[in-house]
Design a protein around this ligand. Structure first.
Ligand SMILES: *[C@@H]1O[C@H](CO)[C@@H](O)[C@H](O)[C@H]1NC(C)=O
Ligand SMILES: *[C@@H]1O[C@H](CO)[C@@H](O)[C@H](O)[C@H]1NC(C)=O
Ligand SMILES: *[C@@H]1O[C@H](CO)[C@@H](O)[C@H](O)[C@H]1NC(C)=O
Ligand SMILES: *[C@@H]1O[C@H](CO)[C@@H](O)[C@H](O)[C@H]1NC(C)=O
Length: 381
């Protein structure tokens, strides 16, 4: 009785482990899930090593050839080695690489090799520093230069909390020195970005449609947007922007009206410490005439200074109260003008009363007579 139970259990264990082993084809990959899965509206071969406790990437040297989606997250990999998938491996089917939350600090220059078909790379929630001060060899690594078909790059909270200039260097290296000509969507939220090393930092991304820069410390539109001919969504929420200059608004207009554009340009600016005075005077009027769509304008707030403190105020209610004030003063003005007009007329008639009497008395008499006749006729009937 007991024996057979054990055998059954063993068989069960074996049968549970067998498909995994065969699908992953590699004992090292045992903690991972390997197999077909429905992802992004299609069935793909997924290798999923989430929270599997790996401290190096050796398991990636022997990935199943048919892998289309690689999820390798929640492990601890301070440094990504050269040739992540092996020197000669060509992962021709690989479309998605997700390396979220691995404590990655360093990416070597030749980490990603033979990744020509990868369309999405995710490096969210890491501690990356590319411009390594100690090793000058890493200074211009062009780490992403082999991703010639990359469409989405996710770098949310990806960088180490390093200095402003080091981060600006990293961003410069990634976007100016890599050949990301097909990049469509770029996420750079939560990176404490203030400045870019040069204004043209995104200009080598000719196909960029969506640029997500929310949750940073960007103080103004301090990078060139006019070169991003296809841009359709610019997220600048929760940054440190106090106002938009006319020049910046003109740049957005120039982009939105550039010839050959197929899509609208939408921008999002909520959550910035915008100065009310500047919003009322320049930004809000601009939104009413520009081709650029400002999303969630109805919820936009600005910072109004009062008694040395700043209070957030809804822009729309500010605009409405201004309209009310203007129409109130218009009403008062009209009433005053009417009074003046009436007094003038009264004064005029008073002064010219003799003339009036002589001119109007024949008419008055005629009218009185006519009224009398009609009354008599009416009485006759
Ligand atoms: C990968 O595995 C983790 C943990 O098992 C799971 O939460 C996650 O949804 C999986 N990802 C996909 C795309 O299946
Ligand atoms: C990120 O890296 C810095 C050094 O570059 C280190 O001090 C910090 O603890 C790291 N943070 C995490 C979450 O690994
Ligand atoms: C960038 O990629 C294109 C093809 O996608 C290639 O023609 C060009 O030479 C590459 N440029 C650099 C600097 O690698
Ligand atoms: C935001 O801008 C103000 C000046 O307008 C500056 O004093 C402050 O340090 C900035 N904050 C950050 C986090 O950069």
């Amino acid at each position: 009785m007991r024996k057979s139970y054990l055998v059954v259990q063993l068989l069960g264990l074996l049968s549970a482990a067998a498909p995994r082993l065969s699908k992953c084809g590699n004992k090292l990959l045992e903690p991972c899930f390997c197999g077909e899965q429905f992802v992004d509206q299609s069935t793909m071969f997924v290798v999923n090593c989430t929270n599997t406790g790996f401290t190096n990437t050796d398991v990636l040297l022997d990935l199943p050839e048919q892998t289309e989606v690689l999820i390798f997250s929640g492990n601890h990999i301070p440094s990504l080695p050269s040739n992540l998938f092996g020197e000669n491996a060509y992962m021709s089917r690989l479309k998605v690489i997700d390396l979220t939350n691995n404590g990655i600090r360093e990416i070597r220059g030749k980490t990603f090799h033979h990744v020509a078909n990868v369309e999405r790379l995710v490096l969210d929630h890491n501690n990356i520093s590319i411009a390594d001060e100690e090793d000058k060899n890493f200074h211009h690594p062009r780490v992403f230069s082999n991703f010639v078909n990359l469409q989405e790059l996710h770098l949310t909270n990806a960088f180490a909390d390093n200095t402003d200039s080091a981060l600006a260097d990293d961003l410069h290296d990634i976007f100016v020195n890599s050949n990301l000509t097909k990049l469509y969507k770029l996420h750079l939220e939560q990176n404490e970005i203030k400045n870019f090393k040069d204004e043209t930092v995104f200009c080598d991304l000719p196909d960029l449609h969506d640029l997500h820069l929310g949750d940073n410390d960007i103080p103004s539109l301090n990078f060139d947007v006019t070169c991003l001919r296809k841009l359709r969504y610019l997220d600048l929420e929760f940054n440190n922007i106090t106002e938009f200059t006319q020049r910046e608004l003109d740049a957005l207009d120039a982009l939105a009206t550039s010839p050959g554009r197929e899509e609208n340009l939408q921008v999002e600016v909520n959550g910035n410490p915008l100065k009310c005075e500047s919003v009322i005077r320049r930004f809000y009027p601009w939104t009413q005439t520009s081709r650029v769509q400002v999303r969630h304008l109805e919820n936009l707030e600005c910072a109004q200074a009062k008694y040395g403190k700043k209070y957030p105020v809804k822009v729309m209610s500010l605009i409405e109260s201004r309209h009310v004030k203007i129409s109130q003063s218009l009403t008062v003005l009209l009433a005053v003008l009417l009074c003046v007009l009436i007094s003038l007329m009264v004064a005029y008639f008073y002064l010219k009363r003799d003339q009036m009497r002589s001119r109007f008395s024949p008419i008055l008499e005629a009218i009185t007579r006519k009224v009398q006749y009609t009354t008599i006729e009416a009485q006759d009937v």
